[in-house]
Design a protein around this ligand. Structure first.
Ligand code: SIN
Length: 435
């Protein structure tokens, strides 16, 4: 089966939905989800979204991101992220994303590891889920967007380093999707690991397909292990994340003897290293994260989902420490992109965890992932909206005008094509014919 579209978005996490929502209404857009729309890592994000608190925070936020990243970050990307962070949050406020607010209606900012101040906005302890729900609802209201679930991304359709769409498998059937612009937003690589906080189905498909098609990738060794996933002796299951915000609110890491052994707010790689050392020292497969000394009402209000999920596993976090151990969490490397998410293949973009903007360096600062997804997809949207030639719009108008008269349609089409070709490069003709 062959489908034509202006824009094909592969992946329906926050990145994919943010593209679908903000691309022009006169473009035909198809969004593919490997399984259900909700089976994406951004849906699992607990902590929140970092944002520049005020102009005085500018250097500090850049410094925290660089320091957490081991100074391997691309500074230009860090500056863009920080500068454009407030605008990204403003857009979400306009969409009525239910961020936690104080009595005066002001945003509440929390803290996580390696942040020098509180600068993380959040929706309880399931920010990703609440944000995804808002974006999904808005995208479903758009008549120019077609969502296809259970659709496996099998390969790109490309010729001479120019992408013209993708091959996908939908319920056992091949779908050839011809697209003017293709966006890979397939997420990270957690499914490749036995212990990961990611859905197992998020298994690096976009990166593998990029490598197969000689698209530039980078920093494949930059893999982040989150210090605190719930320890349980289970096979083949996603590990439950215990948000870094628990440590941000004062949670303490304890070893088998009940002693603290690390500053809980160091960057993730450092805390993970300290936990592994402690586990080896005590020949144990976990340490403990304790928040039981805080007011019960505060814990229940601040971490309702973590409370519920731990209780289901037999731990009451208001009364006892949580057994935790590191698990794979995030991939900082990926498909190399520029500051507009453009890959090394023409007409192909990558954004979100699958991409490498260079922003995170070797270790991502907590709560910079949803922000990266929003800021860089907003930039790419703006670029695509400005530069795409919406063939589908021209063709649709022509079909309407020709009113079933094939000769009129064909003659007009060739005139339009010639005009279009004059505007763009001559070597695009094959693509136009394919469309
Ligand atoms: C967390 O809540 O600890 C995860 C958020 C993130 O990965 O930044």
């Amino acid at each position: 089966m062959i489908l034509n579209t202006d824009v094909l978005i592969i992946g329906a996490g926050i990145t994919g939905l943010n593209f679908a929502l903000n691309l022009r209404d006169d473009l035909d857009i198809i969004v593919l989800a490997k399984n259900s729309l909700q089976e994406c890592n951004s849906y699992l994000a607990q902590g929140g979204i970092s944002v520049l608190r005020n102009e005085n925070d500018y250097e500090a936020y850049i410094g925290d991101t660089l320091s957490a990243g081991g100074f391997k970050n691309k500074r230009q990307a860090v500056e863009i992220l920080v500068k454009e962070s407030r605008a990204a949050i403003k857009r979400l406020e306009q969409l009525e994303v239910p961020f936690n607010r104080d009595k005066n209606g002001e945003l509440i900012y929390t803290r996580e590891g390696a942040h020098s101040i509180n600068r993380i906005v959040h929706c309880d302890d399931n920010t990703g889920e609440q944000l995804h729900k808002v974006l999904e609802k808005k995208v479903r209201e758009k008549t120019n967007v077609k969502l296809i679930e259970n659709c496996f991304f099998a390969d790109l359709l490309a010729s001479k380093n120019r992408c013209v769409g993708a091959l996908a498998i939908n319920e056992g059937k091949e779908l050839n999707i011809i697209a003017k612009t293709t966006i890979i937003a397939t997420g990270g690589i957690g499914g490749l690991f036995k212990n990961s906080t990611n859905f197992h189905s998020i298994s690096g498909d976009g990166i593998a397909i990029a490598i197969k098609n000689n698209i530039k990738v980078e920093h494949l060794n930059y893999i982040q292990f989150h210090p605190t996933s719930f320890y349980e002796d289970i096979e083949d299951k996603r590990r439950l994340l215990i948000s870094e915000a628990v440590r941000g609110e004062g949670g303490r890491l304890l070893n088998k003897e009940g002693s603290r052994f690390v500053n809980e707010l160091l960057p993730r790689d450092k805390v993970t290293e300290a936990i592994i050392k402690e586990e080896l020292k005590y020949k144990s497969n976990h340490v403990y994260l304790d928040i039981s000394f805080l007011e019960k009402d505060f814990v229940l209000k601040r971490f309702p989902n973590i409370y519920k999920n731990c209780l289901e596993r037999g731990i009451d976090i208001t009364k006892e420490p949580i057994p935790v151990t590191p698990a794979q969490h995030y991939f900082m490397g990926g498909i190399k992109v520029d500051m507009y998410c453009r890959t090394s293949m023409e007409n192909l973009y990558a954004a979100g965890e699958v991409s490498s903007t260079g922003l995170h360096g070797a270790n991502r600062l907590a709560s910079n992932s949803l922000l990266e997804s929003l800021v860089f997809s907003n930039r790419a949207v703006e670029y695509i909206n400005r530069t795409i030639s919406p063939y589908s719009v021209i063709f649709k108008e022509l079909i309407k005008k020709s009113d079933g008269d094939k000769d009129y349609y064909n003659n007009s089409l060739s005139i339009i094509l010639q005009q279009e070709i004059k505007k763009v490069r001559g070597d695009i003709i094959n693509e136009l014919v394919a469309l």
